[in-house]
Design a binder for this molecule. Structure first.
Ligand code: TYC
Length: 100
């Protein structure tokens, strides 16, 4: 007689496990103009005007705002690019990344 024996606790992790995601976080400051923050969010993170405005206001009022999640490389590249846009205008605008 044939029998199927299922051993408990031996299931392996699927090989297609998703890569870990990294958050991009926008930090508030007292100097960068609101319109400039919105412009950067639209340009670098492809947000529409109303979403960009909401994200900017959340950072403005709460101090920071998680704006998107990407793979590590994309998150770091976009955060650097967006921070650099502010710096090129002399603003202290800052985007950072954190593992989810
Ligand atoms: N606090 C800025 C101002 O009052 C605007 C601002 C909002 C700057 C969000 C950065 O992440 C930021 N001009």
């Amino acid at each position: 007689m044939s029998q199927t024996v299922v051993k408990p606790g031996t299931r392996t992790k699927p090989k297609t496990a998703k890569p870990p995601l990294w958050k991009v976080i926008l930090l508030n400051d007292d100097f960068t103009p609101r319109e400039f923050v919105v412009l950067v969010l639209k340009a670098v993170f492809r947000m529409d005007a109303s979403h960009a405005y909401k994200v900017m206001m959340t950072a403005h009022q709460k101090g920071s705002c998680v704006i998107a999640v990407y793979t590590r490389d994309v998150a770091e590249t976009k955060a650097k690019e967006a921070t650099e846009l502010g710096r090129s205008k002399g603003y202290p605008l800052y985007f950072t990344t954190e593992k989810e």
